[in-house]
Design a protein around this ligand. Structure first.
Ligand code: SF4
Length: 146
């Protein structure tokens, strides 16, 4: 399937899928189709957690009770929300009607996220950025959908 709504438009993508080493563990998770589109200058890569001021590497975070909390219990909710708003502003500025975001992330995950116990268990839900984009009418896919 085409991930573009219109010819010539841009798609918002998780920066780690476009080979940016912005994950909590300092790594990237490049995806072949996202890399191909990045080579054609058709994507807008964003890492909402870095945009929100968090460092690379950083402690892993999961969502618990509507908050973004690190494994050691620090509350990062504000940084997540700030980063999501900045990423949304970029998406709107570039006219993106779709996003392809990294699955299961507490920011980027769509439909399923970890349950907040750091045990690898998944529950229905959206990451902070995915939820914000959906609320603003931007369709969210995961890299597993393309
Ligand atoms: S916040 Fe999103 S873009 Fe940033 S590393 Fe996590 S999954 Fe990738």
């Amino acid at each position: 399937m085409s991930i573009f709504c219109e010819p010539g438009e841009f798609v918002l993508v998780s920066a780690c899928l476009a080979s940016r080493a912005c994950r909590y563990d300092g790594d990237a998770t490049p995806h072949p189709e996202i890399m191909r589109l990045a080579g054609l200058n058709r994507v807008v890569p964003v890492c909402p957690e870095v945009l929100g001021g968090l460092s690379v590497p950083r402690e892993p975070v999961e969502l618990l009770g509507g908050r973004a909390v690190t494994r050691s219990g620090a509350d990062c909710t504000e940084a997540f929300q700030v980063g999501a708003q900045l990423a949304l502003a970029l998406a709107l500025d570039k006219g993106c009607c779709r996003a392809v975001l990294k699955s299961r992330s507490p920011s980027c995950g769509s439909g399923r996220v970890y349950d907040g116990t750091f045990s690898g268990r998944l529950v229905p839900g959206d990451g902070v950025l995915a939820a914000l984009l959906k609320a603003k009418g931007i369709e969210v896919l995961s890299e597993e959908d393309i």
